[in-house]
Design a protein around this ligand. Structure first.
Ligand SMILES: Cc1cc2nc3c(=O)[nH]c(=O)nc-3n(C[C@H](O)[C@H](O)[C@H](O)COP(=O)(O)OP(=O)(O)OC[C@H]3O[C@@H](n4cnc5c(N)ncnc54)[C@H](O)[C@@H]3O)c2cc1C
Length: 470
């Protein structure tokens, strides 16, 4: 019988598989996707957020535990488990040497990548290269990998894992790590979670999915029905404003619209609806998907002028360009008078100080609602550009409640042999909000912990040894 069965094929799963194998366990990975689409959302990533007390290889200055924690506290509005969050944060200080050992290379961030040079380590070749490196290493270590293997049910004996089922195939194992993502690819479940709004719309009908189509939440649903302890609100997710022209799945990073803080954003009625300069973009970009989801028709337009060009990562689709505000409104189908009025009101409210996009500068508005609190400059220099945006779901936060050993709980009690990692339990740390790179921090930390715990449980090691190894 296999010692550790890992269900999922992304970062958290591979971290678990590699750690379990290194601990001496026999390991099998079941990945829903075919080989060419392996790696879930992890294949789309670029970096992970790391604490460090002094400059380290690709990371500048320091990013101490306390600052990381405060960042997390702020974006989640306190809906986070401090103990588990700190486990992940501390883990991020030391995981990169292990990642390198398995073939992951890091590179300094390119200029313009969202102020992340101090806090985030970028993968050379992105998440695709990271995933390929982990699969190579796993194969070399003798991890069995099965693609095209969507697990549709588990066999449990109370809180104990017995076997996984793929149709008629039954796979037994001593222990199991669930690392099969959230339910973000499941449009019907998203619709149910978001419900109908006061305008009679079903907001989720206008969502796009930024990553994989394989995270259908099948085992999350299974575990909920089986009585596992659940954490998180199904309507909470990492949800970014992405180009409305992006494909339904797998548009990836290049569909993100990063110029919000450099201009203004208006809804279908040509009205602004939120402070575009509230905070640094990495801490704030993930709120714009949700904000857009609240707007009529779930669509908005990010508007910039010539001064912003070259100051943000260029998106894959070109913006609609016009030489006058009136032409821009006409080109994207906004009411011309309402749009021009909104921009003129905003322009008149701008109090320009010293523009500096790398700090929370003193360019702000006065006397307009909503205010723009930083980087406020009039939109007055042609050509003007508009980018249509829609909510782009990255991953959902509803997940399984775990402890510091990544153990799944039933009725407050830990399962003897069932563990969870990555998006499946990220909701323990992320009740809402997001700070760039923390998804991979959580997945790497708890993936590694889950692998160690599962191997220890399978090989009958005691808990102390598990923790030491993790
Ligand atoms: C476009 C994009 C960019 C991102 N950029 C970053 C970034 O730079 N930094 C960062 O920290 N985070 C980023 N994220 C978030 C990040 O991808 C996730 O936090 C992280 O990858 C989650 O890892 P995971 O292993 O839990 O899930 P995934 O990588 O999604 O893996 C889940 C796996 O489970 C498999 N699976 C699902 N259901 C089943 C089943 N029933 N049976 C078998 N297998 C199943 C899937 O095929 C997949 O392989 C990004 C996400 C997207 C979409």
């Amino acid at each position: 019988m296999i010692d550790v069965l890992v269900i999922g094929g992304g970062n958290a799963a591979l971290c678990a598989a590699l750690m379990a194998r290194e601990a001496g366990a026999s390991v099998m990975v079941l990945e829903s996707a075919p080989r060419e689409w392996r790696g879930g959302n992890s294949q789309h990533t670029r970096n992970l957020r790391c604490m460090h007390d002094a400059p380290q290889d690709v990371l500048l200055e320091a990013y101490p535990e306390e600052e990381f924690w405060q960042d997390l506290l702020k974006v989640t509005g306190g809906i986070t488990n401090e103990h588990l969050a700190r486990v992940a944060i501390r883990h991020s200080a030391t995981c990169r040497d292990w990642m390198r050992k398995h073939g992951v290379n890091f590179q300094p961030p390119l200029s313009g990548t969202l102020h992340l040079a101090r806090t985030n380590a970028f993968f050379m070749g992105g998440g695709k290269a990271l995933i390929n490196a982990y699969y190579r290493s796993a194969e070399a270590l003798g991890v069995q990998i099965r693609y095209d293997s969507p697990v549709d049910a588990l066999e449990l004996d109370g809180d104990r894992f017995v076997a996984a089922r793929i149709g008629d195939t039954r796979i037994e194992a001593r222990t199991c790590v669930l690392a099969c993502g959230g339910f973000e690819s499941n449009l019907a479940w998203l619709r149910e979670a978001w419900g109908q709004n006061e305008r009679g719309e079903w907001p989720a009908d206008n969502f796009l999915i930024r990553g994989t189509r394989y995270n259908m939440g099948v085992l999350l649903r299974y575990m909920i029905d089986a009585g596992a302890d659940i954490i998180g609100d199904p309507s909470q997710s990492h949800c970014v404003a992405i180009d409305a022209r992006a494909p339904m799945y797998d548009g990836g990073i290049c569909t993100r619209i990063d110029c919000v803080s450099l201009g203004v954003v208006v809804n279908r009625d040509a009205q602004r609806f939120y402070d575009e300069g509230e905070d640094f973009w990495p801490k704030r970009y993930a709120i714009w998907g949700r904000l857009t989801a609240m707007q009529p028709g779930q669509i908005a337009y990010s508007i910039i002028d010539a001064k912003a060009v070259g100051r943000f990562m260029p998106p894959v689709f070109p913006g609609t360009r016009a030489d006058t505000l009136e032409d821009l409104a006409r080109a994207v189908g906004l009411d011309v008078d309402a749009f021009v009025d909104t921009i003129h009101q905003y322009n008149a409210a701008c109090r320009i100080g010293t523009f500096d996009h790398t700090v929370l500068d003193d360019c702000h508005t006065e006397g307009v609602t909503p205010a723009k609190t930083h980087w406020a400059r009039p939109i007055d220099t042609a050509p003007f550009y508009a980018y249509p945006v829609r909510p782009g779901i990255t991953f959902t936060y509803l997940g399984l409640q775990v402890d510091e050993d990544a153990t799944v709980h039933f009725g407050g009690k830990p399962s003897p042999n069932l563990f969870a990692a990555g998006e499946m339990m990220a909701g323990n740390v992320l009740g809402k909000g997001y700070t760039a790179g923390v998804g991979m921090t959580i997945g790497t930390a708890f993936g590694r912990i889950a692998g160690t715990s599962a191997a220890a449980a399978a090989l009958n090691k005691n808990e102390g040894a598990r923790r030491e190894a993790a």
